[in-house]
Design a protein around this ligand. Structure first.
Ligand code: SF4
Length: 284
């Protein structure tokens, strides 16, 4: 039976939805591209990249055939370059699965694709198949935490509440929650005066709308991390192949330290993100 919370969110969304390009499709590949781009990147920044990407790589087959260097060029500026290479691998996997007539049909099968974790798999299932799941992220937890738990609540209690509210068709529901969290129940300064939930929101009633116990683990520090080295190596080798000595010098110049260089180069060769040809390292 529809819940009052659910009805209010859906009715708010019908009047306030954002017009975003990935909402005009249910194609699995295109939804996957948008979800990978949206990880760690703001919606406004992703729109241009998404449209440009799909002009060049309109389907999984086109992306699977492209070189890593070209894929990284189209990704350049979005950051976290490994996402682009994982996306290309996932496209290759989709092409192979299509040949075997075994495209993913479940959330578990989506998670078998490179770079697709539990959150992205649920989002893809909701937006592509209209599956009855919630792709729960910090924004969605914040809404439920405020509405039901005065801004606090344990992760289990909040997740249980989200599960119990999730309808059998997830596409509009997830879009509605995402827009509500971005436009009204924002992390800082929520727009409670415009919110239809004012009369029933626990946090509003308790005067604790500014409160939200951050439940998601904090992001690991980027400066000096292996992730920073990996990004720099991809960026440097995208310009031209080079010997380990030149690559090391370029990394030290950029990062001022050599702590992870040997280890990260070895890892990236092992993962086939880069390769050594004669004396030069290059992108695969
Ligand atoms: S009243 Fe304020 S805190 Fe409560 S759901 Fe609305 S915007 Fe969020």
């Amino acid at each position: 039976m529809p819940q009052p919370f659910q009805n209010t969110i859906l009715s708010w969304y019908s009047q306030n939805k954002r017009d975003l390009p990935w909402r005009k499709t249910t194609d699995l590949y295109r939804i996957m591209v948008s979800e990978v781009m949206l990880q760690q990147t703001q919606v406004d920044r992703v729109i241009d990249y998404y449209e440009r990407w799909l002009k060049r790589f309109p389907n999984a087959a086109a992306l699977a055939k492209a070189s890593n260097a070209e894929v990284l060029r189209y990704w350049s500026g979005l950051g976290y370059n490994r996402r682009a290479l994982f996306l290309k691998r996932a496209a290759e996997e989709l092409v192979n699965k299509e040949k075997e007539s075994h495209l993913p049909r479940t959330i578990e099968e989506l998670q078998e694709l490179s770079g697709i974790g539990p959150y992205a798999a649920r989002a893809i299932a909701a937006f592509s198949w209209d599956a009855g799941v919630t792709a729960t992220d910090t924004n969605i937890r914040r809404i439920f935490s405020r509405y039901y738990f005065k801004g606090a609540g344990s992760i289990t209690s909040i997740n249980n509440k989200i599960e119990s509210e999730t309808p059998t068709h997830g596409r509009v529901w997830n879009n509605a929650l995402m827009d509500f969290g971005s436009l009204i129940c924002t992390a800082k300064n929520p727009k409670c005066h415009e919110c239809q939930f004012r009369k029933t929101c626990s946090a509003f009633e308790a005067g604790k709308t500014g409160r939200y116990t951050r439940i998601a683990p904090p992001q690991s520090k980027f400066e000096g991390s292996k992730r920073q080295y990996r990004g720099a190596i991809l960026r440097i080798l995208l310009k031209k192949p080079m010997t380990k000595k030149t690559l090391t010098a370029a990394l030290i110049k950029e990062l001022g330290d050599r702590e992870f260089i040997e280890e990260v180069i070895g890892d990236m060769v092992g993962e086939e993100l880069i390769k050594k040809e004669e004396s030069n390292y290059r992108l695969t």
